[in-house]
Design a protein around this ligand. Structure first.
Ligand code: ZN
Length: 170
């Protein structure tokens, strides 16, 4: 998905914030050995049946054309309450399943709650909080093994940095 520089204008009155982040392609694919069976299944499910993945008609952001994994995020919200977080993009299983989990977790949350969740996830992945901190965040717990796979950290955090950026503008 390399259709860079989309500047679609809004087509309805809904406030939408878009964040786009892209990262260089990572070598190789998801290495399931580092995850236990249950988590592998959750990751596989989000990869095969991504939640809230759809073409983003309201996207107003620029893509870096020199990238591999690409995640675009839209936040449909007013200044307090998120209705829906959607994403689109292409990339490895970790980047796509992390985006799917992110959209599922943040949809319906308040903006401040969402910001807290985003920084909590990023802190865990950066090793600043223990991995178990993700245990009460549903499917997201499946990504805690990423901490042990530094090469995949950028894949896992792509959608989260994108939504963090999007949330700054709501
Ligand atoms: Zn990746």
């Amino acid at each position: 998905m390399k259709d860079a520089t989309r500047t679609d204008s809004f087509t309805n009155g809904t406030l939408l914030a878009a964040g786009v982040l892209v990262e260089p392609a990572q070598n190789g694919y998801f290495q399931p050995m580092a995850f236990d069976e249950m988590y592998q299944e959750i990751i596989r499910d989000h990869y095969k049946n991504p939640r809230n993945k759809r073409p983003l008609t309201h996207l107003k952001a620029v893509e870096n054309p020199s990238c591999g994994d690409s995640v675009k995020v839209e936040v449909d919200s007013d200044s307090h309450q998120i209705r829906q977080v959607s994403f689109d993009g292409s990339g490895c299983s970790i980047s796509m399943c992390s985006a799917s989990m992110m959209s599922e977790l943040l949809s319906g949350k308040s903006v401040s709650e969402a910001k807290t969740l985003v920084s909590r996830f990023l802190s865990v992945i950066r090793g600043e909080l223990p991995p178990d901190t993700l245990d009460d965040l549903g499917d997201l717990a499946a990504l805690k093994g990423i901490v042990e796979l530094p090469v995949r950290v950028k894949c896992a955090t792509l959608a989260w940095h994108a939504v963090e950026k999007a949330l700054e503008t709501v």
